[in-house]
Design a protein around this ligand. Structure first.
Ligand code: FVH
Length: 320
């Protein structure tokens, strides 16, 4: 394997192992003056953005991708292309993986097991909480620190002010690599259970889809009377970021406590307003599937005798 002048640690699988991840950061670690070397496995749209952010921040960056050609724009900017996953893993203490799914990640890591001890794997591949916990157990068996991560932004936003990444898993791994990972976006620590980041991810995506569909419903409704989406939207975002965010903040405590005082607006009032939405949608030939679902959930709670409760009461039906 050829010597690499830019990043000698990428030279071969014979490279020395990194310091114990639980120990203090070495000269190349987050706490040192030199930038920590990073390996990025997977150069799809997201992996490429991650590697580009590390490079832009001055981290010696080794990359590997199944289709080698995708590394070219990054090598042109100073990345080192590893010929194999093993060579990439051996390049440094911190491995950031972002491939299609869990199966792909396992395929990539197969055959690297003997190199893993003492390093940290940050898995930014989307997966289920169960897959994350299984991977954490597998990693522990190989002496590999494991952090599961969820990226709450699309590739162009990586490194930008709106980028948030959720992490859960080995606490010492996050502490050790926090400065490096902060290059990608604000790191949010969700604790030691590796499955929690993925769980938040799916819950937050569900919230995003519900919000987007609610907004599209509104766009269709006002659009039927000639209002443009771009005129409706500033009012909608003000509504969402102000009052609606406030409702959520208040209802969170009710959902935890299991008591739902309807002192702001009762379910009976909500149901009556949903009937207006249904009527307005029908009158304009707009799809009613979403408002029907909302009215059905609310109607069930009212029929069960909870009409005086707040909207947060619906959690009981959703939790089952
Ligand atoms: N793109 C986004 O906005 C979201 C944001 C939130 C997190 N997701 C997750 O990130 C993972 C990767 O997503 P991506 O957008 O980078 O996806 P692609 O551009 O399609 O790249 C896929 C990479 O995976 C490699 N790959 C696929 N199968 C295998 C395999 N069997 N063995 C090895 N590598 C594999 C693929 O390689 P290649 O096709 O270029 O050779 C790409 O590097 C994903 O979990 C999102 O849910 C992104």
């Amino acid at each position: 394997m050829p010597q690499n002048p830019v990043h000698p640690a990428a030279d071969s699988a014979r490279a020395p192992r990194p310091a114990d991840p639980a120990g203090p950061a070495g000269p190349a670690g987050s706490a040192g003056s030199a930038r920590e070397p990073v390996t990025v496995l997977g150069l799809g749209a997201m992996g490429t953005a991650l590697a580009a952010a590390f490079l832009a921040a001055g981290h010696p960056t080794t990359v590997w991708n199944r289709s080698a050609a995708k590394a070219e724009p990054l090598t042109a900017r100073g990345a080192v292309r590893a010929a194999t996953p093993a060579e990439a893993v051996a390049a440094g203490p911190l491995i950031v993986a972002c491939v299609l799914d869990d199966d792909a990640l396992r395929a990539v890591l197969a055959g690297t097991e003997h190199l893993l001890s003492g390093r940290t794997l940050v898995n930014l591949t989307s997966g289920s909480p169960e897959q994350a916990r299984e991977l954490a157990g597998w990693a522990a068996g190989h002496g590999l620190g494991y952090l599961d991560g969820a990226i709450m932004i699309t590739p162009p936003g990586i490194g930008g002010p709106d980028a948030t990444l959720l992490y859960s898993g080995a606490p010492e791994a996050l502490a050790r690599h926090r400065d490096t990972l902060a290059v990608l976006g604000d790191p949010v620590d969700l604790g030691p259970d590796a499955g929690i980041a993925g769980l938040y991810d799916t819950a937050l995506l569900g919230l995003m889809w519900s919000s987007l569909s609610g907004w599209l419903q509104g766009v269709a409704l006002v659009g039927a009377d000639g209002v443009r989406a771009t005129d409706f939207t500033p009012v909608a975002t003000r509504w969402l970021s102000g009052p609606v965010a406030g409702f959520i903040g208040r209802y969170a405590a009710q959902a935890d406590a299991g008591t739902y005082p309807g002192d702001d607006a009762s379910l009976t009032v909500h149901l009556a307003a949903m009937e207006h939405l249904l009527h307005a949608a029908r009158a304009r030939g707009v799809d009613t599937e979403l408002p029907e679902l909302l009215a059905r959930q609310t109607g069930r709670a009212v029929e069960a005798g909870h009409g005086a409760d707040s909207y947060a009461r619906l959690i009981e039906g959703i939790r089952r």
